[in-house]
Design a protein around this ligand. Structure first.
Ligand code: PMP
Ligand code: GLU
Length: 393
């Protein structure tokens, strides 16, 4: 069938595909260890579920304003004020159907054919494809030689007349690495001077380890507000991935254009899910802190296990999120040329050892794999023992 060039130019989300495949094999009775999942393994807190039940009982089952209910946008504005000391009007905020949808609307509103967005690599799988869907051009900039940290020099050397902005995702999916405050500040100043945009994807902002601090462009100061677009979601912070609620705060004209696009595509995000998100944003961070502490224990266990037991797989130490991005290039050598790519390695792990992981190539680096630690410690232990066996050639 003849499909549109845009549809033909993009690939499906590998993270979602691998998670779905692992779930299916598990349902068929296979003893799968899932290191693929890009979602917290904790149940959504009861008070959030109750808020949705209440909303349904109260009959909140009809359309809302396209950009979301006022109470939710107010709660989002309160969050921006208390977390980053930046005030937003209702007209500068839009709620969409998950962070992914926020990004989709954002790039649709921002990009003309051929406009470029700079993406530090390794990057989350969907950035490139969403930008391409909007007619834009993803410009990939490798950060692996700089400890996976993007900086001003990398931005300057990739700038063209077509550059509209860059994405910052700190802590990052897939590496978990936090960018330095100094680099974000220098980039924000430069972006302002050049009239570009920083798209700050803060979805993992509350999952940070070792008492390290989150920092984003909005925290540089009010002067960069007009050049910053902040994308966030309740998905990871409150373990609400299935609710599909994300939000964007940015310049009024851009938000208004996103509103138009949303009004002609999805309309408002699901009404009762918005009430769940409202309860989440008003409910504090006790649950998130509990989850973060568990993630840190698992991260520490994994790093220690690799250090002591698997010399050929070298993890990057994540400052946040819930992924280990690990270098497998030594495995290529040790396998005697049986395994030569991250995809081959992940296929081998799944076929022979029933371990699901995501190939690094999907994030822009074929020498790595991504292991999610959104799984219980027992599952993680079993999975690591299987990987140890798998690389004992
Ligand atoms: N940004 C990053 C970096 C992510 O890892 C994800 C993962 N789902 C998203 C955005 C979008 O999240 P969601 O659409 O589930 O809210
Ligand atoms: N962001 C998560 C991941 O990287 C969830 C899946 C997706 O939306 O990509 O696995």
């Amino acid at each position: 069938m003849k499909l549109s060039c845009r549809a033909s130019s993009i690939k499906p989300s590998a993270t979602l595909a691998i998670t779905a495949k692992a779930k299916k094999l598990k349902a068929e009775g296979k003893n799968i260890i899932g290191f693929g999942a890009g979602e917290p393994d904790f149940d959504t807190p009861g008070y959030i579920k109750n808020a949705v039940k209440d909303a349904l009982d109260k009959g909140y089952t009809k359309y809302t304003p396209v950009s979301g209910i006022e109470e939710l946008k107010s709660a989002i504005a309160d969050k921006f004020l208390s977390d980053y000391n930046v005030g937003y009007e209702q007209s500068e905020i839009i709620v969409s159907c998950g962070g992914k949808h926020s990004l989709y609307n954002l790039f649709s509103a921002l990009l003309n054919e051929g406009d470029e967005i700079i993406i530090p690599s390794p990057y989350w799988v969907s950035y490139t494809e969403i930008i391409k869907l909007s007619g834009g051009v993803p410009v990939i900039v490798d950060t692996s030689r700089n400890g996976f940290k993007f900086n001003l020099r990398m931005l300057e050397s990739n700038l063209t007349k077509k550059t509209r902005g860059l994405i910052i995702n700190s802590p990052s999916n897939p590496t978990g690495v936090l960018m330095d405050e100094k680099d974000i500040t220098q980039i924000a100043d430069f972006v302002k001077k050049k009239g570009l945009y920083i798209i700050t994807d803060d979805i993992y902002e509350k999952i940070i380890f070792d008492d390290k601090k989150f920092f984003n462009a909005l925290m540089v100061g009010k002067e960069v507000k007009e050049n910053t677009v902040a994308v966030n979601a309740v998905s990871k912070t409150y373990s609400m991935t299935g609710f599909r609620i994300g939000y964007t705060a940015g310049p009024k004209d851009l938000i208004s254009a996103m509103n138009n696009i949303q009004s002609q595509s999805t309309s408002n995000p699901t009404t009762f899910a918005q009430y769940g998100a409202l309860a989440a944003l008003k409910g504090g961070y006790d649950f998130t802190v509990m989850m973060r502490n568990e993630f840190q224990k698992r991260r520490d266990y994994m790093l220690d296990f690799f250090d002591k037991n698997i010399k050929s797989v070298i993890p990057v130490k994540p400052d946040g999120a819930f992924y280990i991005f690990a270098d497998i290039s030594k495995v290529f050598d040790e396998s005697g040329n049986k395994i030569n790519s991250s995809t081959e390695f992940c296929d081998y792990l799944l076929d022979k050892y029933l371990v699901a992981a995501v190939p690094g190539i999907e994030f822009g680096n074929d020498n790595f794999i991504r292991l999610s630690f959104a799984a219980s410690l027992d599952v993680i232990k079993e999975g690591l023992n299987r990987i140890k066996e798998a690389v004992s050639f």
